[in-house]
Design a protein around this ligand. Sequence first.
Ligand code: ADP
Ligand code: MG
Ligand code: MG
Length: 947
Amino acid sequence: MLNPPLFLNLGGSVAICTASLFDFKVCNRYMSKASQSRPSSLTRKHTGKAKKYVFAFGSKTDGNASMRELLGGKGANLAEMASIGLPVPPGFTISTAVCTYYYDHEKRYPTALKKDIVTALKQVETQLGKKFGARQNPLLVSVRSGARDSMPGMMDTILNLGLNDKTVEGLAEASGNPRFAWDCYRRFIQMYGNVVMGVRANSEEEEDPFHELLEKLKKSLTITSDTELTTEHLKDLVRQYKALIVRLTRGAFPQDVMQQLWGALGAVLESWKNERAIIYRQQYGIPSEWGTAVNVQAMVFGNAGDQSATGVAFTRDPANGEKVFYGEYLMNAQGEDVVAGVRTPHDISDMKNSMPKSYRDLINVRNKLERHFRDMQDFEFTIENGRLFILQTRNGKRTGLAAVRIAVEMQREHLISQKIALLKIPAESIDSLLVPVFDPKALKSATIIGYGLPAGPGAATGRIAFTAATAETETRKGNKVVLCRTETSPDDLKGMLHSQGILTSRGGVSSHAALVARQLGKVCVCGAGEINISYEKRTLTAGKVVLREGEYISIDGSTGAIYKGAIESADSEVKRVLERGLKPTSSLTYGLFQTVMKWADKYRSLKIRTNADTPEMARQAVAFGAEGIGLCRTEHMFFDGDRIDYMRQMILAVDEVQRRAALKKLLPFQRKDFIGLFKGMNGRPVTIRLLDPPLHEFLPHDDVVRRQLAEKLGVPFDFVIDRIKSLHEENPMLGCRGCRLGILYPEITEMQTRAIFEAAAQVVKGKKRIQVNPEIMIPLVGFKEELIDQLRIVHRVAREVMKAKKVRINYIVGTMIEVPRAAITADEIAKEADFFSFGTNDLTQTTLGLSRDDMGLFYDEYQRKEIYNQNPFASLDQTGVGKLINLAVEKGRTAKPELKLGICGEHAGDPSSIDFCHRVGLNYVSCSPPRVPVARLAAAQAKLRNS
Ligand code: ADP
Ligand code: MG
Ligand code: MG
């Protein structure tokens, strides 16, 4: 039997269980190696004209920040920084066109590429007076991937490329520091072996084989830090590493530097189609055609001694948006050391004392970057013997809260306009101002077991899971989990998606865990040093407290506190102000929320309505800013208490007399509900859809309940069984539902219309004289004759009631457009209708010929093969379903210019679908109450983006 409360929570068309829908977004199976190398069937004609594939940056710079499509985000910004005079080591970007070519041509490169690379390398050599592959003063480079939008799923950067047995000696001489040279060499072999030659851990539990050798050596020498290794130790390590590669692969570590470069280039291009990248693209709707660029850049060395360092900084706090310099660095370290969380780094403010000049340089860079890019920047730097270099900048990933705060404050600082500020806030971010926090009362009795860095705000409670796989299986079982790891790697992405929150014991606020959590909007506490996680024992230890996998833990990503056990959560401040009268002035979050909503309302032209069936839902939606109800599903009113019995009595009736008797009992309930809704909406329009789902949805499925029903109705058990059997349909969603019900049983339409108008009359004539604007909506119409049939009943009953009650009520009658025939014949239908509301859940099902309840079997495979860019039930299929909507809008408006148009499917809460609705010229979108703020912002963005 259907469970009523669950039923109420479901979005979209009734009787469709969408519980599994949201899993689709996050469930991905790992792809097999074989299918990764499937060549694209697309082939592109080769044009005769030589195409530019390589773009230099440095003393001569070809690109700029606007060329992200071609150069990727990293390459475009490196070029931009080089041209505004920031200290960027020179290099060049191999454009995304090469990636596209590579996949279109069975993994071959454009002919011209080789020559272009050689030329570009030469330019770098000349600028620095170094030579790639030369024994004397060798040039070393890094090879880095860089897609249009930065993607954590992509390949790890390769550093120190260009080292071999000969050049390492040259580097030792040039730097006068053999230890440093050999440290670079062993790092390079490890990275190259790992990324290009596939010598790496094969599962989460395994250690990296290079790392194992390093640890073994350190243990035998009884030292703890890498910095204690001498030149001789490092030379020994290099020998061991090379032997390891020979043992585990068929090849040897390449000594030819050009071969190294092409190997690295190939690995970057391959990583575009690895499983992590695909998962990430699915999550963010990034098309696989975009491809990645490859950046080759001269190395600078943060590991050159104690006046050297490497670090990451944010121009503002990415967790809460506050305007403070935020970041961290490691002394005498290189590249990924900071991001990977190998050692817990120092706070950037410590640099004031340890390297005061470099700190001042950094502050200058911070200011220059923000003024130039007019957004919060996340930048990477390296200090080589006291000289500062900037290696990357990008708009920093931030939490929803930070996105809002930064945009609002930058507008106040006159860095950006209101319009730009609005466009800079991802519409979904508004949601995170509404997320629950721990209940202050419950917190009083909770036990804190430690603190970490607050890296992703919000409150999360769940069972401890130590691996991504456990997180996934537990979530599938319906449990909530908190993923607890020493540190995370991109392979944990799936597990993170499945978790309420993420806790790590190592790594700073720019660690992988923190970065991804912020982006996914997950609660995150990281670098909790007092906490000890043992994968082997499956325990998490904090002082004397030992927690096992499966036990509850709670983390607060706004304060960094970690608690033992489960803690109740409570409403956000914004909700407390809106719904329970907390003083607005006492809440910073509410102030931000209000500002953004005010701006959004100023610019948007789409109206925002809500899908609400109860006065409570309506009230919440109005508090969030809803301007009307766009969909009230009347069937939801038939489940409570006795109503379901009368409903069943109505369905089981054998003739009209019996049916009318049952409907008469339902009338007062329905009328009462409408009174509540009309009062709650206080004159705002209310769209009421007449009964829609197949009737069998209301009937009991198990015999015990069927027997009880027979007793209640005073009919034999067999009679109930027979009636249920006779109502059976093979495809109920394509069967007797929607307007077909009202055509078959006109008395249902009559009763519902009566309830609506009697309720309206009572409210209009009540003490408060509240205006009522009902909009009656006929579902599933495909033929204009269906609509005409139902219209007759509605108008007749409306007249009768208004006459009897002596009132005039302004009402309109329209239809849903949710089958293709309705869209195709929209001109005919429009002549009869006052409005159209696009029911995009059903319209997607009927257009794609796809039941969303039955997607489970193949959806994973579709996702893996990237056949659907996005789940068509979550984000509108604009090229397919969208065409039908467009057609219906044009035909409808041609036949009746004043036709009112809206959408009430689940897509109405999805920002990119809202953008579409704006572009086709709908009047309103109607989404679930909690999505109303997101929709308001998305509607404003749609307007600004398209005008
Ligand atoms: P990601 O996209 O993961 O941030 P990057 O390509 O930015 O990867 O590289 C990671 C790190 O490698 C950088 O933070 C930087 O410290 C280091 N790195 C990259 N290129 C160079 C270079 N030319 N010289 C020194 N370090 C570099
Ligand atoms: Mg429908
Ligand atoms: Mg980087």
